[in-house]
Write a protein that binds this ligand. Structure first.
Ligand SMILES: Nc1ncnc2c1ncn2[C@@H]1O[C@H](COP(=O)(O)OP(=O)(O)O)[C@@H](O)[C@H]1O
Ligand SMILES: Nc1ccn([C@@H]2O[C@H](COP(=O)(O)OP(=O)(O)O)[C@@H](O)[C@H]2O)c(=O)n1
Ligand SMILES: [Mg+2]
Length: 230
């Protein structure tokens, strides 16, 4: 088991915004019995890092580097949703419409995909990239999977730089256009900042200035992960 971190930088002002938990999620929570949680935690307790930051802040890029340098399995919530979106089903279409609007997919869908990915992996440490995007996401993960993250990374990047990076990403994503980016930035501020503040208050947040080159940012990340001991 990895040591708890005592030196993480807190430092984000608290937010008063609250997110409502929809009835459908309350039902899922009601049935998230210990038996379900035990699927993941009975035989092992993996080290879980949530990786947060606005669109284009460099989450995916840095996760790939961390995964190869430190042996983490990299699970991108966005990639899992895009894979599901490509299925010609009602659920696939729902996900597509939500992503196109820059909104957040219902938590039960995303947490289910993450749970499946964790269960089908033998890794003992995971980077969960782009999750939780809202308080609803966070609460659903804790309730359904039954564990809290050991560490939360936050790539802090100015909006202007994020927009520039997303518009230059060139991966053919349906949400990498200026209209959807504007919406995603608003959603990030409204729904994701409260999650970041929550983990900051819990002393689990490590905030990284995400300006500079990929190498410069990775140096800071490497310093953090290099100081962790299994
Ligand atoms: N430090 C950086 N400087 C310039 N471009 C970057 C940097 N980090 C990532 N990028 C590029 O910006 C785009 C968005 O990065 P990505 O890792 O996909 O961000 P996110 O997952 O947070 O949306 C990609 O095209 C990536 O190659
Ligand atoms: N936890 C999550 C993660 C992504 N998403 C959706 O997927 C989109 C793309 O997420 P992403 O993490 O791949 O995007 P980037 O921040 O990497 O650009 C988001 O804008 C949301 O619409 C979600 O609904 N819930
Ligand atoms: Mg990404």
């Amino acid at each position: 088991m990895w040591r708890r971190l005592g030196f993480l930088s807190p430092a984000i002002s608290s937010s008063k915004r609250q997110n409502r938990i929809p009835e459908s999620l309350k039902l899922v929570m009601l049935f998230a019995t210990d038996a379900v949680k035990d699927d993941i935690t009975a035989s092992r307790r993996p080290f879980i890092t949530f990786v947060l930051g606005g669109p284009g802040s460099g989450k995916g890029t840095q996760c790939a580097r961390i995964a190869s340098a430190f042996g983490f399995a990299h699970l991108s919530a966005g990639d899992l949703l895009r894979e599901e979106m490509s299925c010609d089903s009602k659920k696939g279409k729902l996900i597509r419409d939500i992503i196109m609007e820059g909104k957040i997919v219902p938590s039960e869908i995303t947490v289910h995909l993450i749970k499946e990915a964790i269960m089908s992996s033998s890794a003992d440490r995971f980077l969960i990239d782009g999750f939780p995007r809202s308080e609803e996401n966070r609460i659903a993960f804790e309730t359904i999977i039954g564990v809290e993250p050991n560490l939360v990374l936050f790539f802090d990047c100015p909006e202007e730089e994020m927009v520039k990076r997303v518009l230059g990403r060139n991966q053919g994503r349906i949400d990498d256009n200026i209209e959807t980016i504007k919406k995603r930035l608003k959603v990030f501020e409204m729904l994701n900042l409260p999650v970041i503040n929550y983990y900051s208050a819990k002393g689990k947040l490590y905030k990284i200035n995400a300006t500079g080159t990929v190498d410069e940012i990775f140096e800071k990340v490497r310093h953090l992960f290099g100081s962790l001991r299994p």
